[in-house]
Design a protein around this ligand. Structure first.
Ligand code: NAD
Ligand code: UDP
Length: 311
């Protein structure tokens, strides 16, 4: 049995990860400030003897003895991370310093939830890990992109300077049950709108693309990455390479939900990336032939079912 700390564990991805780690027989400490996460996401785990939920903000140091740290704490939806941009930067940068400092002190392995956003509005397509990205350092998204880029730099420098055992996962757009109805990201927005027969809000013309990964595929890859030997530090792209336009996503959700909603177009937010698709060759090689298993249609069916039940 390992003792594992999951920061951001009451969020969408974190709550799935906590559950999976518990089911595998580990002791899990879930740390969250409940900014975008909620106790509701982990309420079903509270009676498990090896689960602990702690309210804490990772911009402040936290000390505990664990074997592994998954650092997921950070708002991930543009509306939430732009709500308090300075706080978002502090969460990524000071949070990384605090978790790396802890890992160094207790000799734990530490995994950073980085993001495809480090590629910005990518000119190289699909994105490979050696691409340095195309980010606007002073734009609306920079609090998130640059915060995560700085965190990656901190991780590799703690590895080189202090031999901290690190892993960096570059996560691409992930969706699934457990997303909050007011999360603001595209999959949850469109599903909630379709189920209520409200207008589907496409930002811009809808020709921009994303590649959507179901949460179970991501959790599997994160655990496999944590379990790689110490020479594997990353970054490693983790995503589903099937690429769709936002218009195609809207049409698919309308069809599955049999909704009466109509599509409307709203202005495209500043610096909205025009395309995104992971090259996952490295993940396949390093993570024991890992590849995503859940097709968009099946993942959407499960996610729609979830949103129907919380309506
Ligand atoms: P989420 O917003 O549901 O979860 C983030 C969690 O972190 C929430 O529970 C929130 O309350 C907590 N948190 C935020 N700031 C904190 C702080 N200062 N101290 C303690 N807790 C804090 O988002 P998610 O989709 O579950 O994303 C989890 C991680 O994965 C994030 O780091 C995100 O950047 C990364 N990621 C997610 C995606 C995606 O598509 N979901 C893509 C790329 C990267
Ligand atoms: N988007 C949209 N309507 C919405 C929410 C998002 O058209 O109600 C678009 C958004 O402009 C972007 C894509 O969907 O082009 C993905 O947005 P999301 O916020 O989910 O993720 P990110 O932009 O961070 O990849």
């Amino acid at each position: 049995m390992k003792k594992i700390l999951v920061t951001g564990g009451a969020g969408f991805i974190g709550s799935h990860l906590c559950e999976r780690l518990l089911n595998e027989g580990n002791e899990v400490i879930c740390l969250d400030n409940f900014f975008t996460g909620s106790k509701k996401n982990v309420i079903h785990l509270l009676n498990r003897p090896y689960f602990e939920l702690i309210r804490h903000d990772i911009t402040m140091p936290y000390f505990v003895e664990v074997d592994e740290i998954y650092n997921l704490a950070c708002p991930a939806s543009p509306i939430h991370y732009q709500h308090n941009a300075i706080k978002t930067i502090k969460t990524s940068v000071m949070g990384a310093i605090n978790m790396l400092g802890l890992a160094k002190r207790i000799k734990a392995k530490v995994l950073q939830a980085s993001t495809s956003e480090v590629y910005g509005d990518p000119i190289v397509h699909p994105q490979t890990e050696d691409y340095w990205g195309n980010c606007n350092p002073i734009g609306k998204r920079s609090c998130y992109d640059e915060g995560k880029r700085c965190a990656e730099s901190l991780f590799v420098n703690y590895y080189h300077q202090n031999n901290v055992r690190i892993k960096i996962a570059r996560i691409f757009n992930t969706y699934g049950p457990g997303m909050s109805a007011n999360d603001g990201r595209v999959v949850s927005n469109f599903i909630v709108q379709a189920l209520k027969d409200e207008d589907i809000t496409i930002f811009g013309n809808g020709n921009q693309t994303r590649s959507f990964q179901y949460v179970d595929d991501l959790v599997e890859a994160l655990i496999r990455l944590m379990n790689t030997d110490d020479s594997v530090i990353g970054p490693v792209n983790i995503g589903n390479p099937n690429e769709f336009t936002i218009l195609e996503l809207a049409e698919q959700i309308l069809k599955i939900t049999n909704s009466k909603s109509k599509i409307i177009h709203l202005p495209l937010p500043e610096d909205d990336p025009s395309q995104r698709q992971p090259n996952i060759s490295l993940a396949k090689k390093l993570l024991n032939n890992w590849e995503p298993k859940v097709e968009l249609n099946n993942g959407l069916l499960k996610t729609i079912e979830y949103f129907k039940n919380i309506k």
